[in-house]
Ligand binder design. Sequence first.
Ligand code: ADP
Ligand code: MG
Length: 230
Amino acid sequence: KEEEELNLKKFSSTGRIARLLAHEVKNPLTTIVLSADQLQMELPENILQESGDLIEVIQRNCNRINQLVTQLLESTRFTELDIANHSINELLDEALEHVKDRIEIKGFDIIKDYQTEICNIDVDAEKVKIALINLIVNAVEAMPENGGKLYLKTYIKSKQCRIEIKDNGVGIPKENLERLFEPFFTSKSSGSGLGLTNTQNIILSHGGSIRVKSEENNGTTFLISFNLSS
Ligand code: ADP
Ligand code: MG
């Protein structure tokens, strides 16, 4: 428990540092780009022929940094929450609806085990749906073409509304577990590595919590808790 709280602190300060750094990087980066552009215009033709490629390397890589920094700022941006009372089962179903096509194409089974008592939480529905969609997409991407099983469970425990999203996919190697929520951490060739960062920010900003259990080759479970609305 103590360790968990420590982790939360570490993560939220990581988010703050990431934002600060992103902001600080933008100004010098702009100066570099402008200088490179100016060099390109002002260098004599013969030198440009010899070293023009180098200027393009500078420009291309600056653009790349700029993209990354912009993504980072967008994924950690704090916007006011639009809080209302929602049924957790409905939120989860609406999130699932967004990913349904992909699940059907791959022939995955969806196994629902929903709390039958009313289980309502006070949250920003759009944000929480984004968080749930990110988790479902990750599960889908982790599962094999055939025999994929996605378990969705909701239940009430200790006055909290809990959600479990479980897959029988590739699982997560131990050494990656602690890096999952870091911005840009990805094991995918074209992943952004911002899905879980964003998801965690959303859940923490509602006073909720998120944990993960995983075993390599055996699947992964994400556990989310929100306070029940009173
Ligand atoms: P991305 O999906 O773009 O890679 P995420 O932040 O959503 O970024 O996830 C980060 C990494 O966490 C993934 O690249 C993957 O290695 C791991 N991961 C997340 N969810 C799962 C899952 N359900 N099963 C296996 N690995 C996962
Ligand atoms: Mg993802």
